[in-house]
Design a binder for this molecule. Structure first.
Ligand SMILES: *[C@@H]1O[C@H](CO)[C@@H](O)[C@H](O)[C@H]1NC(C)=O
Ligand SMILES: *[C@@H]1O[C@H](CO)[C@@H](O)[C@H](O)[C@H]1NC(C)=O
Length: 431
């Protein structure tokens, strides 16, 4: 008994070790399987989290529509009740009473003599989605953000915001600044006064973009404050931006920021801020038709001005469409007035292949080609401190590399103050 017990106990010990090792082995396998399963699970979890994040953002952008219109360019235009628009998500605008019209509309020398420019015949412009329907009264058209738009963005959080500080800063432009920001401009500007608005008629083109994360735009800037982290900016014009829109179409756009493109502001209605009242024009929608080289020229007129009573900055498209306004409460410096106005083009130059980008500005042709060859801004005006539209006093011009993109001022009876601008980007003189 003792013996056997001893034996038994010896073999019991041995069995125990075996069992323990076996357990260890078994345990190791379980741990390994668990790890595989966990990483599989966390991958699935990552995808689910991203889907949730995308869905959350989409719900923020896309408000429940009263009616939906499918545009021929693939856009979906949602007609959203005016009181459900994104602006009302802004903490400062929760109690905002929407203004249905500006208290004041600036007047001035306007709609110049047409007969003096018979040779320079231009035509009006509208939006492509109009061919498929219109939004009812009381609603506003909003370009729907699709899932693929967000997935294309480098950051879901910053979708609809500018990636770089991209304001042209005429006086201190140095080669350092150019390579640092990768943005190039050809602009005209005024500074040194107090400006309460700006206007111009811009012809519309479809510049070629070398790669999707570059863009080309033509716009008006109203700037307030210094060129520091608190710069205020209101911007409007046309742009081609494959990353933002998923195609190469030319689109009407706006932008605003009150902190130099950091946390505040965005393109179009892609954040809360701009208060739209118009049911005809969608921000971010394709403009049609566009100008052709040495054929028909099409242009758009943009006017941005400050309502002297309410302090809001209003925007008008063409002669007929008052689109809405940026509430004064969004801004610091622009609560008072703009200290600088700029008109012109901007492109992103990523030099991805070590050479200057081939992304075009304007028509892609230099200013010296003139009407129907080069792109133009005409009837350039500012709103002065008595709220009148008038010609700016001293227009300056600025471009980082005139061999790539250039600008040329002019003045005549029909076009008032104007300039031709743009260029092809990379060429023998701009390697
Ligand atoms: C909006 O109104 C409510 C109730 O009157 C008030 O408590 C709140 O502070 C207001 N919010 C803003 C941003 O003015
Ligand atoms: C946009 O244009 C580029 C060439 O400039 C082309 O490679 C690309 O396929 C176009 N993208 C779309 C969506 O049409």
């Amino acid at each position: 008994m003792y013996k056997s017990k001893g034996k038994e106990s010896a073999s019991g010990n041995w069995m125990k070790v075996m069992r323990q090792n076996g357990m260890l082995y078994y345990f190791a396998i379980v741990v390994m399987l668990l790890m595989v399963d966990l990483s599989e699970g966390s991958r699935r979890l990552d995808i689910e989290t991203q889907n949730l994040e995308v869905q959350k953002q989409l719900n923020k952008f896309n408000k429940p529509p009263v009616k939906t219109i499918k545009s021929p360019d693939g856009d979906i235009i949602d007609c959203v009740h005016m009181s459900h628009q994104p602006a009302f998500d802004h903490p400062l605008l929760k109690n905002h009473t929407i203004q249905m019209r500006p208290s004041y509309h600036p007047e001035g020398i306007f709609g110049m003599s047409k007969t003096s420019n018979l040779k320079k015949k231009t035509r009006p412009n509208t939006q492509l989605w109009h061919s498929k329907g219109r939004c009812p009264e009381g609603t506003i058209p909003i370009r729907r953000v699709k899932q693929e738009d967000l997935l294309r963005a480098s950051s879901i959080e910053r979708f609809g915001k500018k990636k770089h500080k991209s304001f042209p800063k005429p006086r201190s432009a140095s080669p350092d600044l150019i390579t640092q920001t990768g943005h190039q401009h050809a602009i005209a500007y005024v500074e040194g006064g107090r400006y309460f608005g700006a206007k111009a008629t811009i012809n519309v083109w479809k510049p070629q973009i070398q790669q999707p994360n570059e863009f080309s735009l033509s716009q008006i800037w109203l700037l307030g404050g210094s060129f520091n982290s608190d710069l205020n900016s209101i911007e409007a014009g046309w742009q081609v931006s494959p990353d933002l829109y998923g195609d190469n179409n030319t689109r009407l756009f706006t932008y605003w920021t009150s902190d130099a493109y950091q946390a505040t502001g965005c393109y179009n209605l892609l954040c809360s801020g701009f208060m739209q009242i118009n049911n005809d024009i969608a921000l971010g929608a394709s403009i049609s038709p566009i100008s052709g080289y040495k054929t028909n020229q099409y242009d758009i007129s943009l006017l941005v001005w400050k309502d002297p009573k309410e302090g809001n900055w209003w925007m008008q498209f063409g002669n007929d469409y008052v689109l809405g306004y940026w509430p004064a409460s969004l801004f610091s410096y622009l609560v008072d007035s703009a200290s600088m106005v700029e008109w012109g083009g901007e492109v992103v130059n990523l030099e991805s292949d070590g050479l200057h980008t081939t992304t075009q500005m304007g028509s892609g042709h230099f200013p010296d080609e003139g009407f129907s060859g080069a792109s133009y801004f005409k009837n350039i005006q500012v709103v002065d401190d008595s709220n009148n539209l008038r010609a700016p006093d001293d227009l300056g011009v600025f471009t980082e590399q005139s061999n790539c993109y250039d600008v040329q001022l002019g003045k005549d009876g029909g076009w008032g103050n104007f300039f031709y601008y743009g260029g092809p980007g990379r060429n023998p003189d701009c390697p």
